[in-house]
Structures are given as structure tokens and as C-alpha cells.
Design a binder for this molecule. Sequence first.
Ligand code: GTP
Length: 310
Amino acid sequence: MTTDDPRLRLLECLDDAASGIGLFDPDDRLRYANRYMREAYGIAVGAFPYWTDMMRNCFQARAGLLIQTNDINSWLRQVAQRRRQTAVRCFESDMVDGRWMRVTETLHNDGWLLTVVTDVTALKAHESMLQQARDQAVQLAITDPLTGLFNRRHVFARLGALFHQARDLRYPLTLAVIDLDHFKQVNDRYGHSVGDKVLVHFAQKFEARRRPLDLVGRIGGEEFLMVLPNTTVQGARQVLARLREDLTQSLPVPAHPDLALSFSSGLAQMNAQDTEAATLYQRADRALYGAKHEGRARDYDDEPPAPTAT
Ligand SMILES: Nc1nc2c(ncn2[C@@H]2O[C@H](COP(=O)(O)OP(=O)(O)OP(=O)(O)O)[C@@H](O)[C@H]2O)c(=O)[nH]1
């Protein structure tokens, strides 16, 4: 049938629309549904159910809208509290067949409600792909590609936050700047790729010893930083002693059993004079030079912390 009456043409076009369109009267009974809407919700041609019966049918037949509940009556009560409360309501719904629908309900002054249902499955997939790509980019930006530890930029950014937290909550915080000894000789003697394996091995040992609140990262070629919240210098010395033990009991590169390597560390515990993380780090870095100067393979802290102001 062709007609020039735009209202009739509109009804014809609505029936072919690529979105679901439904119209509910003030008693919440379906009075019009286009083909898409009937198919999506499993409503027979010629049937005009109440909204609650439509939902009940979806639940019982496990068709159309995915309703995950053990108690359909309580689900209906909860949803009814939100339905018809605002002039326009927009939400997303899962369908039993895996599709995602965006539902827009427009409430007219006289209580008639227009529902438009659009398939947004492709958009959702795209959104989740973007989210994954973003997460991956963030991960790459904070990770040292060789060892998988946090990189220098991220460790220093986190150090700032941990420093202020420890100062505000008044618990001790100790830094350990760790540097492998005579690492250049490893590269010179065994080659750069073996040197890389050694770095990875150390990183794994550091990571394995890390407690949940500790922060470990690679801040330079063969230099690592450990941030130990709630830990004094004495506590940090124990952590490092255990690390040395771990390292003496393992071969950095099994193909080269003669390859053994030590590390030196500079320790500094936050004190009342440290106004920012940078000064604490400088003290730890200076202490590292002390450890190297004293003969390497040791932990060094040249400035015992002053009593913390209360
Ligand atoms: N294999 C490898 N080597 C690196 C990497 N980054 C830096 N290095 C090397 O690490 C070596 C560091 O040498 P130095 O700074 O002289 O330190 P060292 O030989 O460990 O001597 P001390 O620290 O004084 O005990 C240099 O040879 C760098 O080329 C890396 O990612 N992989």
C-alpha cells in the first residue's frame, strides 16, 4: 500500500526501522511495537502485553532481555521504581543472545511512554578494544621493557606519593639505591645479551622479595631503587641481606656458572629534615657512593636519621 499521508507513511517506515520502537500507555500497556521491537522482546504480532508481563515473559522464556535474578517479582519491583521517574531515561541492557541494547525512554506529560531500543554491540566491542589499548599503553609507559619492573619515571612519581603518605601518617620510610658491582666487566667479558640476562635475573629476585607495599623499579642501566614503607634502615638491611642470600643461591645465567655478581646499596631513612622525596633520594644516592668507595658488595648509610619531629 502506498499513500501520501505522512502519518501512515511514518507507521510503515517505523515497521522497517533498524531500531526497536514501542509505545506504552499510561497504564504501562504496550500499544504499539514495530517489528524490530517485537522480535527483540519476543512479542507475538497482535499481542499488546503490559510492561510487567513483557518482562516476565522474557524471564520465563529466557528470550529477549537478559534478566539475571532468582526472584522476578523483586526484580520487577526494583526496576519499576526507576521506570517513569524522569522525562528521559537512557540505559543499556544485555540481551539473551549476547547483544547490547541502548534503551531510551521518553515520558510524555500525559503518561505515554516512548521506548527506542538500539543495538550498540559493535560500539561496545569497539569501546572495550579502546579500553584494552589504553590499558596496554599505560602499562608500557610505566614499565622498563627489559626487566618488566617499573621504569624510572614511574618509580619517582610513586616515590613522591609514598614519601608524603609516610610523612603525614608518621611511619618510617627507607630507600635503597642498589647498583650492581663491576657490571661493565660482565658486558665486556660475556657480551651485552648476557648482561641483559643478568639484569633480568636481579630484577626477578628484587620483585620476588618485594612486600605488597614496597616499590621496586629500574632507575638506570644497572641501578635499581627499592622504596620500603614502614621500614627503618635496620629493616632495609635485613631485606637486602635476604636478597644477597637469594642471589648467592642462584645462577644469574645458567650457561655461565662462573658468572657471579654482587651489588652495593645506599640506604637512607626519611627524617625530619627531608622536606621532599628528592632530598631523601640524594642521601641514599650519596650513601651508595660510600658503599662503592668502601669496597662494594655492602649496604651503606652514612647519615643515621635524626629523631622524627612529633
Ligand atoms: N647489558 C646491558 N648493559 C647495560 C645496560 N644499561 C647499562 N649497561 C651497562 O652497564 C655498565 C655500567 O658500568 P659502570 O657505570 O662503569 O659500573 P660498573 O661496571 O657496574 O662499576 P661499579 O658500579 O663502579 O661497580 C656499562 O657498561 C653500561 O653499558 C643494559 O640495559 N644492558
